[in-house]
Structures are given as C-alpha cells and as structure tokens.
Design a protein around this ligand. Structure first.
Ligand code: ZN
Ligand code: ZN
Length: 234
C-alpha cells in the first residue's frame, strides 16, 4: 500500500510553478512561494493603491478622480510579479497566467459581495495583438469567465487608435494619450468588470470606464492581477 501511495504522489503531485522544487499546495504554488508573494493587503477601495491606513480612499480618489467604482487586485507589482507579467507579454510565458488567474479567483471569492454581469478585457489595438499573437488580458478574462461562470465579451470594446505606449508616458500624458483610443458597441448590462493584468496610473481603466458608463453600465469594477505601489512609478 505504501508503494502505491509513493507512486501516486510521483505521478500526480504537480511541482510549484515558481520554484519548481516543492509540491504545489495552493493555486499551483508551494506554501513558501505562496506566502512570499507581494500580497496587496491594504489598498484604496476605489483604485487599489497600496496604503498603510485602513480601507479609506486615497487622496486622488477622495477628489473623485476615477470613473470606475472599485478595483480588485490580489498583488502589488513588485518582485517576482514585476518580472513574471512582462515575461507573459514579451517572452510568451503564458502558462504563468494559469496560477495567477487562480490567485485572482480566490481573492475575488473572498472579497466580492456582488458579482458583475459581464467581463470585458482591456483590448489591444489589432496590429499590436497580431504582433504579440495574443492579448494577455483576454486570456485572463476567459479563464475568469470559466471559473466564475460570468459571461465574457471581448469584441464589444475595441481599441481603434494606436497610440504611444502608455509605459513610456507620465500620468498626465497617459490620460491625454488615450482620448478617443477605444470604442464600444452594443448594449451593456448594469454591472461590468474590466479585466487587465496590471493597473499602473489607472488612466486606461478610467478612460474605458467613462465609455462603459456612457453606454449604460452603472457599476464598473476593475479586476487586475497586480497594482503598482505608486501611480507614477513607470
Ligand atoms: Zn515554490
Ligand atoms: Zn484611490
């Protein structure tokens, strides 16, 4: 019987997706790697900005700077997440999206009291998507849709103008760079979640949330894997 048990563990225990050394225990990770992730424990309830004080809106959100209502992000954009997410985009390490999506699902199941009716991934311009071969936000949204049984529609929101890369611009320039970059088609339900891998300044989510609200949505949540610690960090 012991022999059978050992064989079973050899065949069926997955290794940790990060260290590849210990068996995966939680969401594809070993306990140590899971505990060492840069968890976002306290964030602004509206924009997710990591904070040291309890769940109060940050100074930007107190001035009602954003059109979206809430941000959910399980992680801060720090090591190893700040090397994993670019690795997905630029080195096609798409398999990491599997366990990262699991982390987001667990976070949402702990935090969400009301669920949106529709998931919409932040779109890429068709030329950029063709060059990369995939849109990581769309892959993430499809996984969330399957796990949470919420409809996902990636064709409804489109990026119609190709602009300078947001990561090369400062906060104010990011906002003006996005004006008119997106278009939305068709009716929307009242409650929508916008899906992306990362939120940096919130400018992209804000531009899209304004469009979604003009088109009939009254509640827009933003679900991302990671939030940058400071708005102007990159
Ligand atoms: Zn590990
Ligand atoms: Zn905020």
């Amino acid at each position: 019987m012991i022999f059978n048990k050992v064989n079973y563990s050899l065949f069926f225990n997955q290794q940790c997706s990060l260290c590849q050394l210990q068996p995966a225990e939680i969401s594809g990770l070993c306990e140590d790697c899971h505990a060492d992730l840069p968890w976002l424990l306290l964030g602004c309830p509206i924009c997710g900005l990591p904070r040291s004080s309890p769940d109060q809106p940050c100074s930007l959100c107190q001035q009602k700077s954003f059109k979206f209502d809430r941000t959910e992000a399980p992680l801060e954009y720090r090591f190893p997440i700040n090397s994993l997410l670019p690795g997905i985009k630029y080195q096609r390490r798409i398999q990491a999206l599997g366990w990262l999506a699991e982390l987001l699902v667990h976070h949402l199941q702990d935090r969400c009291e009301t669920w949106p009716d529709l998931l919409i991934p932040v779109p890429m311009h068709p030329i950029d998507e063709a060059l990369r071969g995939f849109n990581q936000a769309e892959l993430l949204a499809e996984r969330l849709s399957r796990k949470l049984q919420i409809r996902c529609h990636s064709g409804q929101l489109r990026k119609v103008h190709r602009r300078a890369k947001q990561m090369t611009l400062h906060a104010a320039a990011r906002r003006s760079n996005l004006k008119g970059a997106f278009s939305i088609h068709g009716e929307l339900p009242k409650s929508v979640a916008l899906i992306d891998d990362i939120m940096t300044t919130g400018a992209t989510a804000d531009e899209i949330a304004a469009l979604l609200k003009n088109q009939g949505a009254s509640q827009v949540q933003v679900w991302v894997l990671a939030r940058t610690p400071e708005p102007d960090r990159d």
